[in-house]
Design a protein around this ligand. Sequence first.
Ligand code: F6R
Length: 241
Amino acid sequence: MRFLKGKDYKDASRKAANIISAQIIMKPNCVLGLATGSSPIGAYNQLIDWYKKGDLDFSEVSTINLDEYKGLSGEHKQSYRYFMNTNLFNHVNIEKSKTFVPDGLAEDDDKECARYNEIIKSRGIDLQLLGLGHNGHIGFNEPDDAFEKETHIVKLSENTILANSRLFKEVSQVPRYAFTMGIKNIMQARKIVVIVSGVDKADIVKEVFFGPVTPKVPGSILQMHNDVTVIGDEAAFSKIS
Ligand code: F6R
């Protein structure tokens, strides 16, 4: 596992964007596993900037997102499809038909999970980008008694609902369920890049990367992957350096 420390969030985001752009340059038709949330926004902005300067080409890139709220359509402003469109896809030359996010409105949960697993398996993820929840979740794999392997429906923990309510008018509007890739889906990515920022992530960064590997701290499984780069600002790394 490699740790790359940026002076601040902007610097850390640039380091993450560097790795993603290197991936795209080395393999123009690569498959990127993407995350939403606050952590990757700086990296997405940097990628958009480099694309606008003519240094990056997304025309052959495919993307597969980690998760989506159940019950929200892609047009809903808090849906992860909407997030991806507005924070990255609408600003670069990616083909939308090659960008995958679980369908929050799917009627049959099992069918949607099977469809999404097939998308992941048939393509294979070259580089998976992750953020880290305060409880150690990756994607929406919440603390549990066992690691869930493949795409599944998850009941969000109170902790996650509260953390995500900052983007909704009130807590009651935050969906209670989500579709998420499973731990096996994530661990099968060839390369993993985790972005963390802010002092509020300092404790969980220590627990996830230096504590015991346990499904009670889902991100701790990343210790078993052979190509993980954790990129953070000084605040997020303050308990490990
Ligand atoms: C987002 C996702 C989540 C977030 C995590 C951290 O697609 O899967 O695991 O990465 O909740 O969120 P932020 O970056 O907002 O702190």
